[in-house]
Design a binder for this molecule. Structure first.
Ligand code: DC
Length: 217
């Protein structure tokens, strides 16, 4: 089993880079942020308060989530809605819930077992979920570049709103007690500011054990 862990803050280019990298090296790709978003979506749909840790943890254990090119939650196509402002607002509380993290961590490991590994993207993949990953990458970019990228994706929010939202989520993701966003031990940091997707993918490819001097020894 071969696992490439890609972590980093919102707007660092993780999803685009992880997807392109997976295609290049013939591994499957998993967006774990979509799993946290799916639990938040399910809570909102069932009228469960995202801050109710007991109910949301129980929900995480019961809900059916399928993440591929589309995202299905309890049989409902949630691909578009999980990226919307309501879910984005609710997801930080869900991601801070240790019971939810325990369950999604279990599902992520099970997914990797069933797919012969993969390129797995999130916040705690190299630090907690796959500390033994074959390669750990921490992607970053300047605050303004990250906000600029996200505001192109999120058409219903202007730049300032997106920048404020990213700053709020960065703070929530980094300051929570349960698996906060950190640079994992052994991770290589790649600053993607000013780089194209292809340039970032090439840099990450060059870090793969078989492409480094260490890997060739
Ligand atoms: O990458 P994203 O914006 O879709 O992630 C959604 C939220 O889920 C974000 O607030 C961070 C959180 N998350 C997490 O805590 N751990 C992960 N492995 C992936 C995402």
């Amino acid at each position: 089993m071969r696992v490439i862990a890609i972590d980093g803050p919102a707007g660092s280019g993780k999803s685009t880079v992880a997807r392109a990298l997976a295609a290049r090296i013939g591994l499957d790709y998993l967006d774990t942020g979509a799993m946290y978003r799916s639990v938040a979506f399910a809570a909102l749909r069932r009228g469960i308060d995202p801050d109710d840790t007991v109910l949301v943890a129980r929900l995480a254990e019961q809900v059916a989530i399928e993440v591929s090119d589309t995202v299905t939650v309890d049989g409902v196509d949630a691909t578009i809605e999980i990226r919307g402002p309501e879910v984005t607002r609710a997801v930080s509380a869900v991601a801070a819930n240790p019971g939810v993290r325990r369950e999604l961590r279990r599902r992520q490991r099970e997914w990797a077992d069933g797919h012969g590994g993969g390129v797995i993207e999130g916040r705690d993949i190299g630090s907690v979920v796959f500390p033994e990953a074959d390669l750990k990458v921490y992607l970053t970019a300047s605050d303004s570049e990250r906000a600029g990228r996200r505001s192109k994706e999120v058409l219903d929010m202007d730049y300032d709103t997106v920048a404020a939202d990213i700053a709020r989520r960065d703070y929530a993701d980094s300051s929570r007690t349960a698996a906060p966003l950190v640079v994992a031990t052994g991770a290589v940091t790649v600053d993607t500011t000013g780089l194209s997707i292809e340039e970032v993918v090439d840099r990450v490819l060059a870090l793969l054990p078989e492409n480094t001097a260490e890997g060739n020894r």
